[in-house]
Design a binder for this molecule. Structure first.
Ligand SMILES: Cc1cc2nc3c(=O)[nH]c(=O)nc-3n(C[C@H](O)[C@H](O)[C@H](O)COP(=O)(O)OP(=O)(O)OC[C@H]3O[C@@H](n4cnc5c(N)ncnc54)[C@H](O)[C@@H]3O)c2cc1C
Length: 421
């Protein structure tokens, strides 16, 4: 029986996982091309060098809720290969994963090198032929005499190789997008997701390091589409830990918001208004009552020295300053109007976002191959037979927490089944 030649383009998480599983089938020869000198570069730096492999969420219907783009398409995919399957797979490869209190899963070694080594070893064991430092420049489709099609894979060094099946796992690389376009695919425009917010407020910057958990952040975009579904508008408000930095705001609440609002923020050139609720656990009226009680219970204390709500004194002082009440006043002398000003600032302080942060916490790309052109049963292109996709090259991205690797593992595993079917 003639062997099936499979070429995988891209030696990231998706390319490796796809290659390893495709190579399990007898009579399948898999060659993986990686443009970089070393493969798995992003796995190495991921999760602050610890690699947040997946998330402890083993219910597909819950798992999909963490994908601003692609969740619907992944629903069926996760019912076939989900986070628990990833845990089992790494376990079988000798890598134990542990779960942190927020659900993120890491190797027990806390070292991404463990994941790199496991993938490299599994690829070797499966007989994947790995070629680093080779950029795939162009693909030409060859029509066979029996109606079957093959691909001519043209490398930058001038070499060319013919294959039967092609797995495009090039992440957000422009050369991968160009290959997809040349084979008839359209892209959702790629824009950044998962970033921090720059806020020009020197007094806020002085609080760098202060974190509040939970806080609620809400994007106030004036030109946001009124036609947009209520559920989509709700996603422009996110809760979680909020971290004040030397340049603005960060932390899970901001990263989640940047992901859900990636397109809207790009459209307004990262200039928008943000409302922060510093104590979302309390309703506005409850905050007001707590402040009024402070007036009667601690009348002699200076307002700047006594904070009756659960935030740090440094943040309280900053917020009092922002609410424009006189810091030297005692609680007894605070007017009802001033109380209302403080309530407003605690529950809905406004900040002007003046750009996105340059520090990549867990940076991914929103956009990529249009999902309606891909059959999610096999990850094969509906436009070009024999072409398969996996990972970030697709218009799929998740929030922080291991969800981006999870979609790479799942789409790659399904692509491998599709390649061998
Ligand atoms: C700093 C950082 C930390 C992150 N941490 C996490 C985390 O902890 N958990 C998580 O879930 N996600 C994390 N992510 C996101 C995650 O890394 C990506 O979603 C994931 O790596 C995507 O995998 P991929 O294989 O699709 O693409 P990539 O990892 O980008 O791999 C694509 C590969 O294709 C190669 N390539 C591209 N074009 C060609 C070509 N023409 N020829 C040959 N090779 C080519 C590239 O060199 C690259 O190696 C992080 C991202 C960053 C930047």
């Amino acid at each position: 029986m003639a062997s099936t030649e499979v070429i995988v383009i891209g030696g990231g998480a998706a390319g490796f996982f796809g290659a390893i599983h495709a190579a399990q089938a007898p009579h399948t020869r898999v060659t993986l091309f990686e443009a970089g000198r070393q493969p798995l570069a992003k796995v190495r730096i991921s999760g602050g060098g610890r690699c947040n492999v997946t998330h402890h969420c083993f219910e597909p219907s819950q798992l999909v809720l963490n994908y601003p783009r692609g969740g619907k398409a992944l629903r069926g995919a996760f019912s076939r290969f989900q986070a628990l399957d990833v845990v089992h797979w790494f376990n079988a490869e000798g890598v134990k994963l542990k779960t942190e209190s927020d659900g993120r899963m890491f190797p027990i070694t806390d070292d991404s090198e463990t994941i790199v080594e496991a993938l490299m070893f599994a690829a070797k064991k499966a007989g994947v032929f790995l070629r680093n430092n080779v950029l795939v420049q162009k693909i030409e489709r060859l029509e066979g005499d029996k109606g079957d099609s093959k691909f001519d894979v043209i490398l930058k060094n001038g070499e060319n190789i013919i294959c039967d099946r092609l797995l495009l796992a090039t992440g957000s690389s422009p050369s991968g997008y160009a290959i997809a376009r040349s084979l008839g695919h359209e892209l959702e425009p790629p824009v950044p997701s998962l970033f921090t917010f720059n806020i020009k407020d020197s007094k806020l910057h002085e609080l760098a390091g202060v974190s509040v958990n939970p806080a609620t952040v809400k994007l106030l975009i004036s030109n946001s589409n009124p036609e947009k579904k209520k559920s989509a508008r709700n996603q422009l408000e996110q809760s979680g830990a909020l971290l004040i930095t030397h340049w603005g705001l960060s932390g899970p609440a901001v990263l989640k918001l940047s992901a859900w609002a990636a397109r809207e923020l790009h459209e307004c050139n990262y200039q928008a208004k943000l409302a922060v609720n510093w104590i979302p656990s309390l309703k506005v009226e409850a905050i007001k009552q707590i402040l009024l009680s402070a007036k009667t219970e601690q009348p002699k204390k200076f307002i700047s020295n006594y904070c009756p709500v659960d935030i740090s004194l440094r943040l309280w002082e900053y917020l009092l300053d922002k609410s424009e009440v006189e810091l030297e006043k005692r609680w007894a002398d605070i007017s009802n109007r001033a109380i209302q000003q403080i309530v407003n600032v605690l529950s809905a302080s406004e900040y002007a976002i003046a750009g996105k942060g340059v520090f990549k916490e867990e940076f991914v790309t929103c956009g990529g191959i249009r999902l309606q052109d891909v059959n999610f049963q096999t990850m094969e292109s509906k436009i070009c037979q024999g072409l398969f996709f996996a990972g970030e090259v697709l218009d799929i991205d998740g929030v922080t927490g291991g969800f981006n690797f999870q979609s790479a593992w799942t789409t790659a595993w399904i692509a491998a089944q599709g390649i061998n079917s």
